[in-house]
Ligand binder design. Structure first.
Ligand code: TXA
Ligand code: MG
Length: 339
């Protein structure tokens, strides 16, 4: 079992003590689990090769998949990467928050090539709350993928992390359930255009409305897979098979629904979970991973999911659902590349 430190409604002294405990483990080049607004991250010193190796080993993650480097603020980020004017504007608007920008690395950065998988670019994000404070105290960027075994559903509570990685890590900081619930949106600015590499916690509509520009989505399925090396098809895989756009329940399936929608046979479902009875996509995103885990643990024969609107955060929800439902016929090592 990992040591668990709760920071939910503790005073400033207890919070400082939690940050101190976290810094101690990080300084020994060991990873810890920390809450962020998106999902729990498995964080370690981005400048220390032993620390990054420990992240890959703890997750069982392929090393060709680069990690997002988390910074305390834009000023810290500017010392590691080169910002074009549009990327800087996006950072000023959305940081701290669930946005990752892929930027050229500065030649002087101490970020270790193991964190970037040897690329000349780096994915950077400034997280909100505890994670941001911790990085400021630590003084160096933290590489942090989601705190789950590679290929599995990302954790949105400390209990999810403990159940999956508790035997392999020594410290979990418990900040309660993650408010956003899906990973950050990844963008790359190229020739003054904004390209979407991964839909996530900030909607494309929000980015377009702030910049007055249209965001380019991958032209064909698989394009993003090359651009963001982790974006292979099958990921977020529950044990039970996942069936999308369900309009009736098959024997012993669990149902994940949205907006109060009922479907044929749902009275026979092993379990019915509504992502948001009020039909709010942000609320739905915050429940998505926990409900997939709950449906998976229910002993159902499979998980049926109703169709979810593809607007706003629905785009990230549908992206994760498609990966959860993708065929699992690839060998696991190849299958688990998204981290
Ligand atoms: O919300 C999040 O982003 C969470 C929390 C913990 O911050 N982190 C997260 O990290 O999802 P991770 O490592 O699971 O996702 C990293 C994604 C991968 O798809 C990877 O391929 C892409 O970011 N990525 C990282 N660096 C990149 C780069 N230089 N170029 C293109 N894609 C990159
Ligand atoms: Mg992940």
């Amino acid at each position: 079992m990992a040591k668990m430190i709760a920071i939910g409604d503790v005073g400033s002294e207890a919070r400082a003590a939690a940050i101190g405990a976290a810094v101690t483990v990080l300084s020994h080049a060991r990873p810890i689990a920390i809450p962020t607004e998106t999902v729990y991250g498995l964080a370690a010193d981005a400048c220390n090769p032993a620390a990054i190796t420990a992240i890959y080993e703890t997750k069982g993650r392929p090393r060709f998949n680069p990690l997002i480097c988390h910074m305390a603020d834009l000023a810290m980020a500017e010392t590691h990467a080169v910002f074009d004017p549009l990327s800087r504007r996006l950072a000023e608007q959305f940081w701290p928050g669930p946005l990752t920008l892929v930027l050229p690395l500065r030649s002087t950065t101490p970020i270790h090539p193991l964190a970037t998988a040897g690329l000349d670019s780096v994915g950077i994000r400034v997280p909100e709350g505890f994670a941001g404070e911790l990085i400021a105290r630590f003084g160096r960027p933290l590489a942090a993928p989601s705190a789950n075994s590679s290929g599995r559903i990302s954790p949105t509570t400390a209990a999810h992390v403990e159940a999956d990685l508790g035997e392999r890590i020594e410290l979990v900081i418990d900040g309660g359930p993650c408010p956003v619930g899906v990973e950050s949106t990844i963008l790359k600015v190229e020739d003054g255009r904004i390209r979407l590499l991964r839909p996530g916690g900030i909607s494309v509509e929000a980015i377009e409305s702030v910049t007055g520009m249209s965001v380019e989505r991958p032209k064909a399925a698989g394009t993003a897979a090359i651009e963001a090396p982790g974006m292979l098809a099958s990921h977020y895989a529950p044990n039970a098979p996942v069936r999308l756009e369900a309009d009736r329940i098959e024997a012993r399936e669990a149902l994940i629904t949205f907006g109060g929608r009922r479907i044929e046979g749902d009275d026979t479902a092993a379990l019915v979970l509504d992502l948001s009875p009020a039909g709010d996509l942000a609320e739905a995103a915050s429940h998505l991973f926990a409900y997939l885990k709950q449906a998976d643990a229910s002993g159902s024969s499979g998980i049926a999911v109703v169709s979810i609107p593809d607007t706003g955060l629905g785009e990230a929800i549908n992206d994760r659902l498609m990966r959860a439902a993708a065929p699992r016929d690839m060998p696991l090592e190849q299958d688990e590349s998204l981290g």
